[in-house]
Design a protein around this ligand. Structure first.
Ligand SMILES: Nc1nc2c(ncn2[C@@H]2O[C@H](COP(=O)(O)OP(=O)(O)OP(=O)(O)O)[C@@H](O)[C@H]2O)c(=O)[nH]1
Length: 542
């Protein structure tokens, strides 16, 4: 079914269009396949890379928060291993308190609030300075969230913990450590707590470090954002992984949205990270460039291949086909086809030339056989008729006249009767040979009937034809073939009639032949062994 449809489709197409069709099919399939492969493998690869880059940016945002916390943790740890503080917790020293928690002392520190708790978590000291918005932290702003935390996770000696918290409605990092002696020895005498605001400068630093822009939006105490996709409780870098990175991809941007939990794991703020899709845009442009270049290369390759196939295959085959069509149309196979290549087409042309030469030889042989009289070996009636037509057609174009000589052996019936038919054949053969040897190359001797011969004499006037007739008669006389049954001579003789035309006349070859025949009849009538020319007074007109 498919095979038949394909055959019908290709039926009217030559080699050239078929090759073009095959090329078009192959190249468009390759192009389509390339496009599908690129779409299915390259674009997803770019998307994966983009997702990885987004993850790294998110990771750096988290890391930025942690670094902010980490510097606070360092300060907090230093305080926790400070001997003077250790002793202050054991025996309160107002001087120490003033010089470290007093309003003047707090102006030069890098945190916004510090709180001391004794072992029973009672406040043992507090100091604060204004946040960037002007607010001032109070004891309970720090104590309330911390004490809630300590109920589930008490302070461990030698261990600094941190988290985010809302301190006087200001988003801050909070760190706390158990207070020990500077050599790390106990017993633990209390807890030092510090808070530092996540101010605009810190957020800018984090954004610069992350290489991504993000917004931080505080949530109300009971607020649960609907659009939250993930959540961090800092420090919580281990929460992030490829699979846990929810991100929304739109045409121009990637949006990631996460919840920040406070140190008691309550929703505190919402972080929104925004990234452009430059990588994907770049990827698309790369794919488009590659596709365009591939298409250009494929087109150029296809064109070169097509031209090559055309010049090496289609063109010579078409030339061969045209040459063969011309041969079969003109029936002229005398010129061999030109072989100018050492390949299969050259071999094919050579093969055709061999076949043509065999055909030529056979046609020539057939031509010869069909135009030759079997008994005498000279031309037969067929070739005589053709040649007479040709000569008459040429008559108007040449200056010389055309003469026709008809020859008939005298009393040949009697000869046969007297000497037998085979001997009669021998006479005919001898006479044919005599005719052949007597005439010029351009003359045509032929046997046109039983004992009737003819001689076409181009460029020969009547006098020339008569001279030729006389020469033949003399040659025959020289042969002196005995014919004692003849009533007119003792040897074989011949009568001849001549017709000569200088221009083509009405009736053409039939009239011309009839005139020569009329002259021959006259020669017979006048006693045989002579030549008569049509137009002579003793030859009757047609
Ligand atoms: N041996 C032989 N005889 C042939 C051949 N063809 C024709 N003839 C004979 O030639 C003879 C011709 O005889 P006719 O036409 O009567 O003429 P003729 O006897 O030559 O007499 P005229 O032409 O009047 O002189 C016939 O007997 C034919 O049989 C042939 O191929 N071989």
């Amino acid at each position: 079914m498919v095979k038949n449809s394909l055959r019908m489709l290709l039926a009217g197409l030559g080699i050239g269009p078929r090759i073009v069709l095959i090329f078009a099919l192959v190249f468009s399939s390759m192009g389509g396949l390339g496009l599908v492969l690129m779409r299915n493998s390259l674009l997803p690869a770019f998307e994966r890379m983009e997702r990885d880059v987004a993850l790294q940016s998110a990771w750096r945002v988290v890391s930025g928060f942690e670094q902010h916390m980490s510097s606070l943790a360092d300060m907090n740890r230093d305080w926790a291993l400070w001997d003077e503080l250790y002793f202050h917790l054991q025996r309160a020293d107002p001087v120490f308190e003033r010089s470290n928690f007093g309003p003047e002392a707090m102006q030069s520190v890098k945190y916004h609030a510090v709180l001391l708790l004794d072992l029973s978590n009672q406040v043992a000291g507090f100091g604060s300075r204004a946040f960037s918005g002007g607010m001032q932290a109070q004891v309970q702003d720090l104590a309330v969230p911390l004490l809630e935390r300590l109920t589930v996770s008490p302070v461990q000696p030698q261990r600094t913990e941190c988290g985010l918290a809302r301190v006087a409605r200001v988003l801050s990092a909070v760190c706390w450590t158990g207070i020990l002696q500077s050599n790390g020895q106990g017993p633990m005498v209390g807890t030092v707590v510090m808070a530092r605001e996540l101010d605009a400068d810190s957020l800018k630093d984090i954004a610069r470090f992350a290489g991504a822009t993000f917004t931080l939006e505080q949530l109300g105490a009971n607020h649960t954002p609907v659009s939250a996709q993930g959540a961090w409780t800092l420090p919580a870098l281990t929460y992030l992984s490829n699979t846990q990175l929810p991100a929304q991809f739109s045409a121009n941007a990637i949006a990631m949205q996460y919840l920040l939990h406070d140190l008691n794991e309550k929703p505190l703020a919402q972080v929104r990270i925004h990234m452009g899709r430059e990588l994907m845009t770049h990827g698309r442009n790369v794919i488009q460039d590659v596709l365009f270049q591939l298409a250009t290369v494929a087109f150029a390759t296809g064109l070169v291949l097509l031209l090559t196939v055309h010049w090496w295959l289609v063109h010579p085959v078409s030339r061969l086909r045209r040459a063969l069509a011309k041969i079969s149309h003109t029936k002229r196979w005398d010129k061999p086809l030109v072989v100018d290549r050492p390949d299969e087409i050259g071999a094919l042309t050579q093969g055709i030339n061999s076949l043509l030469s065999v055909l030529r030889k056979q046609v020539d042989a057939l031509e010869e056989t069909s135009s030759t009289d079997a008994l005498t070996g000279i031309s037969n009636r067929r070739r005589f008729d053709l040649r007479l037509d040709d000569e008459l057609a040429r008559l108007g174009r040449r200056t010389g006249a055309l003469s026709l000589l008809l020859l008939d052996i005298d009393h040949f019936k009697r000869y046969n009767d007297r000497y037998g038919h085979p001997q009669g054949d021998a006479v005919l053969r001898q006479f044919g040979a005599l005719l052949g040897s007597s005439c010029r190359r351009q003359d045509l001797p032929a046997r046109v009937g039983g004992e009737e011969f003819a001689l076409i004499l181009p460029d020969t006037d009547e006098a020339g034809a008569k001279a030729m007739a006389d020469k033949i008669m003399e040659s025959l006389a020289t042969l002196a073939l005995e014919h004692d049954a003849s009533p007119t001579a003792s040897v074989v003789t011949v009568s001849m009639g001549v017709a000569t035309w200088s221009v083509l006349q009405a009736g053409g070859d039939e009239t011309f032949y009839a005139q020569a025949d009329k002259a021959l009849y006259a020669a017979k009538h006048l006693g045989r062994n002579r030549v008569c020319a049509y137009g002579s007074p003793y030859v009757p007109s047609l």
